[in-house]
Design a binder for this molecule. Structure first.
Ligand SMILES: [Cu+2]
Length: 507
């Protein structure tokens, strides 16, 4: 953007601040000054604020990652939005379930799209099977509580309120019923897009991605049903940080898609309740960002900050095929709490822009694909008391790929002088049980494996649960010519509880 435009935008904002009523600002010097480009216009000055015309329109609502189609309408209308709150159990990760509270049955809630100047008649229904009262605070509404005060709804009831969409932009909506943090932590948020009267520029794909932080009593990926943990939520220690409410919601078969030479627009929201997102797409540069959902655009951005209760519009052009990884660049959240998604771009190579080789599997581990089905099967079998060695091996294989293969390699051969082999390891064969201590406590100092000395550091794999470790090691012991054997979750728990790692075996 050039300096004169910035100056005009600033002048327009100052002029707007001096006006009393938003709609009345549509004439006068400020409006004239703001007209050069859409990106410098001040929202409510360019609105179309006449009375609603034509027949009332029922808004098309969509589930993430989908966005309702653009509105090609040139007059303000009355738009009816019907949103139902549904409390339901859904997977939050493979083999892990959580009781979500949702707007429209999904996390985030249904995407709502209206035109600036529309009169929105909002109906909030609270499903009769729900246990809690709910309401809605829409950041795109001008009025007390953003609608919250008029929408408190008991189970089996419906509330209605009407508002005029005065400002264009992308706005978060969320439940604001006490305890507010708990309602948001359970998934009660979504996005409302108020299109400018002239619409947004046409693109090839629009997607809806919304981050949220989640708090469960169990550890990350601990199997079974996990209740909400209020203490962790107050301390801001999330167990999961997720895009679209579930680990893997936009990876593997669910990845977002595009072709090369297309324009992609992401509506990226952050429901919180606590964390601020450092939103980044590995391998892309955002050609245009409307930070905080505002009207002034930024260009050539690597990472954009999305506040809790905020949103941004992010646009980029796809030049090179491959898998692009959406992350919260507070990076432990991406690789250890789930905040990771994929945009898969198909098309011919473009060697003048990039030489080739995709994001490799070692970078992403198991997180690129939604292939953790075997892990769920093993967890279910364990709960039913029917866990077999084969279940453990199948689950262990998937988990090994995401955790151990980075160093020991997918075939267990290790890397000469750096990472010892696990395949036919004489050290492992001599004392298989010690592997449980190595994985839970790490290993340092000199070790000799198959006649070669290694003097390095294996950090403790403390992100793994006991049953994950037991499955991984059962897989390792039964692969690549190793002697076989089987470990249980309880054996791993004992090894973990032992305070110090076993001394290195003398060779
Ligand atoms: Cu609620």
């Amino acid at each position: 953007m050039t300096r004169p435009h910035l100056y005009l935008a600033a002048a327009a904002m100052l002029a707007l601040a001096a006006c009393s009523g938003k709609p009345s600002a549509s004439s006068g010097p400020a409006a004239t000054a703001a007209t050069p480009t859409a990106s410098t216009s001040v929202a409510s000055e360019r609105g179309d604020f006449g009375p609603p015309q034509g027949e009332p329109i029922h808004a098309v609502l969509t589930s993430p990652p989908h966005v309702p189609p653009p509105i090609h309408r040139n007059y303000p209308a009355k738009v009816i939005v019907e949103l139902e709150v549904i409390e339901k159990e859904m997977p939050i990760s493979e083999g892990v379930s959580y009781t979500f509270w949702t707007f429209g049955g999904t996390v985030p809630g249904s995407f709502i799209r209206v035109r600036q100047g529309d009169t929105v008649e909002f109906h909030l229904k609270n499903n009769p099977n729900n246990k809690m009262p709910h309401n809605i605070d829409m950041h795109g509404v001008t009025g007390p509580g953003g609608g919250a005060a008029s929408s408190f709804t008991a189970p089996g009831h419906e509330s209605q309120f009407t508002f005029k969409a005065l400002n264009q932009g992308i706005y978060v909506y969320h439940c604001a019923t006490a305890p507010v943090g708990m309602h948001i932590a359970n998934g009660m948020y979504g996005l409302l897009l108020v299109e400018p009267p002239e619409g947004l520029s046409p693109v090839d794909h629009e997607y809806y991605v919304m981050q949220g932080d989640f708090y469960t009593t169990g550890k990350y990926r601990e199997k079974g049903h996990q209740p909400f943990d209020m203490e962790k939520a107050i301390d801001e220690r999330p167990t999961y940080v997720l895009f679209n409410g579930k680990e893997g919601s936009i990876t593997g078969d669910n990845a977002l898609t595009a072709k090369t030479n297309q324009n992609v627009r992401l509506f990226v929201g952050n429901g919180g309740p606590n964390l601020v997102s450092s939103f980044h797409v590995i391998g892309e540069i955002f050609d245009k960002v409307q930070p905080e959902g505002g009207t002034v655009a930024q260009h050539n951005v690597q990472t954009t900050l999305i506040p809790s209760g905020g949103a941004a519009i992010v646009e980029f052009h796809t030049d090179v095929p491959g898998s692009y990884v959406l992350v919260d660049h507070s990076i432990f959240r991406a690789f250890n709490k789930g905040a990771l998604g994929i945009l898969k771009v198909d098309g011919p190579e473009n060697k003048s822009v990039y030489s080739g080789k995709e994001v490799d599997s070692v970078y992403l581990g198991d997180r690129a694909g939604s292939n953790l089905q075997a892990v769920t099967t093993a967890a279910t079998a364990h709960a039913a008391g029917t866990l077999t060695k084969e279940d453990q091996i199948a689950a262990g294989k998937q988990l090994f790929a995401g955790t151990c293969s980075v160093c020991h390699q997918a075939n267990g051969e290790g890397l000469p002088n750096v990472f010892p082999p696990l395949a036919k390891s004489d050290l492992l064969a001599a004392d298989p049980k010690r592997a449980m201590t190595i994985v839970t406590h790490g290993l340092t100092g000199k070790v000799t494996v198959n006649g070669h000395e290694y003097d390095s550091v294996m950090p403790p794999m403390s992100q793994l649960t006991d049953d994950e470790v037991s499955n991984i090691l059962t897989y390792v012991l039964n692969s690549w010519g190793n002697p076989g054997g089987q470990f249980s979750k309880d054996e791993v728990a004992k090894a973990r509880a032992a305070a110090t790692p076993a001394p290195a075996a003398a060779h």
